[in-house]
Design a protein around this ligand. Structure first.
Ligand SMILES: Cc1cc2nc3c(=O)[nH]c(=O)nc-3n(C[C@H](O)[C@H](O)[C@H](O)COP(=O)(O)O)c2cc1C
Length: 313
């Protein structure tokens, strides 16, 4: 049996990545009900809002689901205690050191996966005692690794560095891409962009429609002096590009970014002033689907591609 399915008790090794302003209980439960693993994205929730989402998710699905916790979250201890109190069974941590919280979470009986962008950090995950690793490449939406390693290069490197169950992320939106990462050594995939654009995603309709109209080259990795983030070009991203081109300092970049820009862009649909985070793979998709349709299509494509990929030279 597939190790990711076994670890999380799911039907298909497809994880819906935690995403600020997109992945509340509605999306997470829809993905879990369709046989994948839905994750509530805690990064954009106050602790009590997260509690509410966990409870609604428990009511909406009897299947396993998890919570994504970016470790730069300001009220981390309060949030971690809520996970324990609400009986959360699966946690995906990201954006921080896996050492800090893994033993606490595992001590409370949770399965823990951590997101990395290099094989060096994959080794740290193994030392920290995580159950599984997500290796996320440069193509991905949201915050990104400084080394800018693509998924195609990252997965085989991480596979060499650790024998832990491995999920690939970054640029995966189809079953054939999922299959490609399996050939490279992954055993599951974490998908963000394609799920951010589904009906159940809480992103604003303006944001979804803009992302569904993007072409190749319409996103760029920016904000490198703060935390490298893949953004849709134009609007606020133009101001960031201009500031970076004139060599703006960290302080200036912080001031330019201000607070609440991701909410403004993704959740409130302000395409001019908001921070619009999405992955390169958005350019492959043109319509809003349900999470269940996405999973069905990916699995059909995965099976079809694996039968038809008996290549010979
Ligand atoms: C809008 C958006 C918000 C995201 N927010 C988070 C987050 O809060 N925490 C996190 O670990 N990853 C976040 N990510 C990354 C995803 O969880 C996932 O790893 C990534 O999107 C995978 O690459 P893909 O976009 O090519 O599918 C975000 C991605 C997007 C597109």
């Amino acid at each position: 049996m597939n190790r990711i399915c076994q670890l999380f008790g799911i039907q298909y090794p497809i994880i819906q990545g935690g995403m600020v302003w997109c992945s509340g209980w509605r999306l997470a439960s829809a993905v879990s009900n369709a046989g994948g693993l839905g994750l509530i994205g805690a990064g954009s929730m106050h602790p009590e809002v997260l509690r509410e989402h966990i409870r609604k998710c428990q009511a909406a699905t009897g299947k396993p689901f998890g919570v994504n916790v970016p470790l730069m979250y300001p009220e981390l201890e309060t949030l971690m205690n809520i996970l324990v109190e609400e009986g959360v069974k699966i946690v995906f941590t990201s954006a921080g050191n896996p050492k800090t919280w893994t033993s606490f979470l595992k001590g409370h009986g949770m399965k823990v996966a951590h997101v990395v962008s290099s094989s060096k950090f994959a080794v740290k995950c193994e030392q920290a005692g995580v159950d599984a690793i997500v290796a996320e490449g440069f193509e991905a939406g949201g915050h990104n690794g400084r080394e800018e390693t693509t998924t195609l290069c990252l997965i085989p490197a991480v596979r060499r560095a650790t024998s832990l169950p491995l999920m690939a992320a970054g640029g995966i939106g189809t079953g054939s891409a999922m299959l490609a990462t399996f050939v490279l050594g992954a055993e599951g995939v974490q998908i963000g962009t394609r799920f951010a654009l589904t009906k159940e995603s809480s992103a604003h309709e303006n944001f979804k429609q803009l992302c569904l109209s993007l072409n190749e080259g319409d996103t760029k990795l920016l904000l490198k002096k703060l935390s490298p983030t893949r953004l849709v070009k134009g609007g606020f991203a133009t101001a960031v590009e201009e500031a970076e081109a004139r060599g703006a300092s960290v302080e200036e970049m912080k001031e330019l970014l201000g607070k609440g820009r991701a909410k403004k862009g993704i959740f409130e649909g302000d395409l001019q002033e908001g921070e619009l985070e999405i992955g390169q793979v958005a350019s492959l998709f043109r319509e809003t689907q349900t999470a269940a349709e996405v999973i069905k299509e990916i699995m059909e494509d995965f099976r079809y591609s694996s039968i038809n990929t008996s290549l010979s030279l």
